[in-house]
Design a protein around this ligand. Structure first.
Ligand code: NAD
Length: 329
């Protein structure tokens, strides 16, 4: 099997080459993203391996099909960037990595909560400059606070377990209610109640037409004054402009983002010598109670190893004509 990777980084190469020792596929790593201009490079490859910000749209799928591509192997859990109908229409199958390390994303969610709350990012800079003043660094005990989680899948449940360990009360909203949620001690809740009662709201649902901008002006107005909002799922779950209004009115007291709706033009690249043109993003950066990381929640060695192993196993199953356990339809 010839596999071409788009948007690949040195770390992808390292983990995929290691995992490929078992398979012996021909792996071709491209740093550039998959676009209408680069899709032609897939010629001679049966498999295209993409990441979260590669847009696999109908026109690109058409070009890929013409190059002889038979499989899109997502090295991610989310698949909102793929036009699945168009893929089926041109006879290209799509596989993903449904679970690699929910701990990686859940633990990063907690890192954002703790950093925003105890302001360790600001304290680090102050102490380096010999400023030991505590003014402005006051946080709150997580113990006894209410956290509301939207989406109780693998990552949501893992986050809930950690928050329970802190002594938080955890409210959860999902399409499905399960025994596991009850065992963890999550109180299943309506969205309105979750907004009304939560000190921290954290998003763990996928991006779908139903969840697009689930956090909008109306949702924010229903939240507790001074809520902390965390998004480690997908950027477009949050209406960024509405959130900026919420930050200015102090309805939102802390915002932690690992994802951003227009991140494709920014994240995973070093733009430190460029002028960033996204005014909404730059406005977000101007708040001292906003903490943004560049889609790194998944980024642990355990997760990367698992992503590489599962992706190559998906390709091996396809090559051997076996049932595709991780096919997205
Ligand atoms: P999962 O499929 O295990 O869980 C998703 C949950 O969301 C399910 O329980 C589902 O029922 C629920 N859900 C679906 N639609 C909903 C809705 N409208 N309202 C409320 N709940 C809804 O997925 P997961 O592994 O827990 O991952 C969750 C999301 O995290 C992914 O979709 C992905 O977007 C994001 N993610 C981010 C990173 C990162 O690095 N930042 C890494 C991996 C995953």
């Amino acid at each position: 099997m010839n596999v071409i990777f788009f948007s690949s980084k040195a770390y992808d190469k390292q983990f995929f080459q290691e995992a490929n020792q078992q398979h012996g596929f021909a792996l071709n790593f491209m740093e550039m993203p998959l676009t209408t201009a680069t899709a032609i490079l897939a010629k001679g490859h049966e498999v295209v391996c993409v990441f979260v910000n590669d847009t696999v749209s109908a026109d690109i799928l058409q070009v890929l099909a013409e190059q002889g591509v038979k499989l899109i192997a997502l090295r991610s859990a989310g698949f909102n960037n793929v036009d699945l109908k168009a893929a089926a229409a041109v006879g290209i199958k799509v596989v993903r990595v449904p679970a690699y390390s929910p701990f990686s994303v859940a633990e990063h969610t907690i890192a954002l909560i703790l950093t925003l709350n105890r302001k360790t990012h600001r304290a680090y800079n102050r102490v380096k400059e010999g400023n030991f003043s505590l003014n402005g660094l006051m946080g709150f005990d997580l113990y006894g606070k209410t956290a509301g989680l939207i989406g109780l899948g693998k990552i949501g449940l893992c986050t809930a377990r950690i928050l329970k360990g802190f002594g938080c009360r955890v409210l959860g909203y999902d399409m499905v209610e399960t025994e596991e949620q009850r065992e963890i001690g999550i109180e299943f809740s309506s969205l309105d109640r979750l907004y009304r009662e939560s000190d921290i709201v954290s998003l763990h649902c996928p991006l779908t037409p139903q969840t697009y901008h689930i956090i909008n002006e109306d949702a924010i107005s229903k939240m507790k004054k001074g809520v902390m909002l965390i998004n480690t799922s997908r950027g477009a779950l949050v209406d960024t402009k509405a959130v900026i209004v919420g930050l200015k009115s102090e309805q939102i007291s802390n915002l932690g983002l690992d994802v951003y709706e227009e991140e494709a033009d920014l994240f995973f690249e070093d733009l430190s010598n460029k002028v960033i043109q996204d005014d909404v993003f730059m406005r977000l950066l101007s708040f001292n109670n906003v903490l943004i990381t560049g889609h790194q929640a998944f980024f642990t060695s355990n997760a990367l190893q698992s992503i590489a192993e599962v992706t190559l196993q998906n390709i091996a199953d396809f090559a051997a004509n076996r049932e595709l356990e991780n096919e997205v339809q």
